[in-house]
Structures are given as C-alpha cells and as structure tokens.
Design a protein around this ligand. Structure first.
Ligand SMILES: NC(=O)c1ccc[n+]([C@@H]2O[C@H](COP(=O)([O-])OP(=O)(O)OC[C@H]3O[C@@H](n4cnc5c(N)ncnc54)[C@H](O)[C@@H]3O)[C@@H](O)[C@H]2O)c1
Length: 253
C-alpha cells in the first residue's frame, strides 16, 4: 500500500466478472489502497463485486451499473461518484465486446454494437468524467485497446476498427488534457485468458499460443500490471502512447 494510491479514487468499466481483465485491474489498484468504483451492466453483479473487493482489500468500493453506450448513464454515474467521493483520479475504460464475422457476412447491427460499446463508450465515459478528473492533481486515464486495433484481424472489421479508434481517441484526449497534467494512454493486449477468449475452440487457443514468442497467452494479471504502471507515479511523464502487452507477438517468431 502506498500513499500515492491510498488517497485516490479509481473507476474501472466492465469490471464485475471475477475472471475478466476489469476485475484484475480493480484488484491491482485495490491492493494499493485506492477507493474503487466498479462499473458494469447489471446492478446485482456490480454490488456483489464491490462487496468482495471491499472485504478482500479492506478499502471502500462502490458498485454502480451503467451502460457505457448511454450518455445519461455515464453522466449519472459520475454524479454518484462526485456525491460519494468528491473526486476521481483514475479512469480505466475497459468495457468491451466482440462480435466476430467475416466482413462480407457481418451484420450492420453487429458493427454498430461493437463500435458503440468499444469506441463510443470510451468517448462518453471520458467526456462525462473529464470535469472531475481534470481537477485531480494526478489524473490518469487508461484505455484498453487491442493488438487487433494495430494490425487488423480477419473477421474483426468491427472490433479492429473500434480498437484503432480507441488509440486515436487516446492521442486526442492526451493532447487536450495535457495542459492540466492528466495523462491518457492505451494498452494493446494480445490474447488474454478471459471469458472473451475462453469460448474459442481449444485447437485455436493452442495455435494462438504457438504464435506468441513467450509461448503462452496473457493472464488478466499480466495486463493489469501494465495498467497499474500507467496509473502510478513512475508514469507521470508518459502520455498519448499505445503499449503492446503481447508476449512478443509484434517481433514474431
Ligand atoms: N480477452 C482478450 O483476449 C482481449 C485482448 C485484447 C483486448 N481485450 C479487451 O480487454 C477488455 C476486457 O475484456 P475481457 O476479456 O475481460 O472481456 P469480458 O467479456 O470478460 O469483460 C468485458 C466486460 O465489459 C462489460 N460490458 C459489455 N458491454 C458493456 C456496456 N455497454 N456497458 C458497460 N459494461 C459493458 C461486460 O459485461 C463485461 O463484464 C475489452 O475492452 C476487450 O476488448 C481483451
């Protein structure tokens, strides 16, 4: 536990599932003593997650349901955070969905859903949180993108486009908020072992592992460590970057 994290309030979207990246990020911040706002679609899930995190790490944790694609949900969420804690220091835009299909077969509704959650959701959350986070002496925003947004993946026209958009949005917000000392960075994970990838057939998961020089998929904790670095004191002079956390996939075999 450090003084730096101890006095801060952190909000992580898409963080109610115990197996997801969002919860791993929450755990990494909570163990440092920050107060936590757990955000996800269902009220029951966020309340349960907040109770678990609060008792495990002995910190204040609040669960608030919010659909990040809805502007009024995002605004109400930030009003509640302001009422409860009076401040917001860390925002992690992690909520995301996949709806893979070849471009020729991809429905317009699957395109819209993925762009709405993964890209518009980051815009709406950042916009709603900006007033409060700009007042923090050490405001930090971390956006979860993907290597898919850097390279483009077959069957992911919607997902790759949304995650590339997140990198551009990261750079724009980094420039706009720099004057107030708020940093904004993106993380581009390769494949992580979560529910999102657990549904892939076993032979595909094995193939993916073979493609990574470190010969394993990332755990949620591997990626959460990079998020904690960007939120921490040592990353104060880093903004507008997109960091790959991909087991060396970028350098190839
Ligand atoms: N799993 C991977 O291999 C991988 C790789 C690269 C990037 N990512 C990114 O990491 C992030 C977390 O992924 P994960 O693997 O933990 O997936 P996950 O499906 O376990 O978690 C995503 C969370 O987002 C929530 N969510 C979905 N729509 C929402 C909405 N409209 N409003 C609020 N919350 C919503 C879900 O309920 C869920 O809890 C995502 O942005 C994903 O694109 C994942």
């Amino acid at each position: 536990m450090t003084k730096y994290f101890n006095e801060k309030v952190a909000l992580v979207t898409g963080s109610s599932s115990p197996r997801g990246l969002g919860r791993a990020i929450v755990n990494r911040i909570a163990e440092e003593g920050s107060k936590i706002v757990i955000v996800d679609l269902k009220q029951d899930d966020v309340e349960k997650a907040a109770k678990e995190v609060s008792s495990q790490y002995n910190i204040e944790a609040l669960g608030i349901s919010c659909d990040v694609t809805k502007a009024t949900d995002c605004e109400n969420l930030i009003s509640e955070v302001k009422k409860k804690f009076g401040r917001l220091d860390f925002l992690v835009n992690n909520a995301g969905v996949l709806k893979d299909n070849l471009l020729m077969r991809m429905s317009e509704s699957d395109w819209d859903l993925v762009l709405d959650v993964n890209l518009k959701g980051v815009f709406l959350m950042t916009k709603s949180a900006s007033k409060l986070i700009l007042k923090s002496p050490t405001g930090r925003i971390v956006n979860i993108s993907s290597v898919s947004g850097l390279t483009g993946q077959p069957a992911q026209a919607n997902y790759s486009s949304s995650k590339a958009g997140v990198i551009a949005l990261t750079k724009v917000s980094a420039r706009e908020f720099a004057g107030r000392g708020v940093t904004v960075n993106a993380i581009c994970p390769g494949y992580i072992q979560t529910d999102m990838t657990g549904s892939l057939p076993e032979e595909i998961q094995k193939k993916l592992q073979e493609m990574v020089p470190l010969k394993k998929l990332a755990t949620p904790n591997d990626v959460a460590g990079a998020v904690k670095f960007f939120l921490g004191e040592d990353a104060g002079y880093i903004t507008g970057t997109a960091l790959r956390v991909d087991g060396g996939a970028a350098i190839g075999m």
